[in-house]
Design a protein around this ligand. Sequence first.
Ligand code: SF4
Ligand code: SF4
Length: 114
Amino acid sequence: MSSTQGAAKPNWRGIPREEINWHPTVDPELCIGCGICVLNCGKNVYQFDYEKNVAVVANPMNCLVGCTTCQNTCPQHAISFPPLSYIHKIIKKKGIIQRSREELLANKAKYAVK
Ligand code: SF4
Ligand code: SF4
């Protein structure tokens, strides 16, 4: 039996995560195998191919939508993402602005400045 059986499917702001094509792509020709992306990602997106000496995007749907930290810190510019406009279009098309605003107002105890 799967340990995730019965667990809610991952989603981002109410949208099934698998419907959002946001994740890093590593160019193996540029990657020098430093491992910064593997070690630094807090979402367990990467694994490392020790034989080929390259970072591997093993769990793409774990990537936090909108995050580009690994791209920003890769010294080889070996990591790419879709354009940010892709996410902005989803935010506008799927009503995320309104839903986020409602969620914010419903959780004042959590988010209000103390
Ligand atoms: S940070 Fe860049 S060069 Fe280093 S392992 Fe990751 S992709 Fe390769
Ligand atoms: S963008 Fe952020 S969450 Fe996604 S793989 Fe890179 S460091 Fe991890």
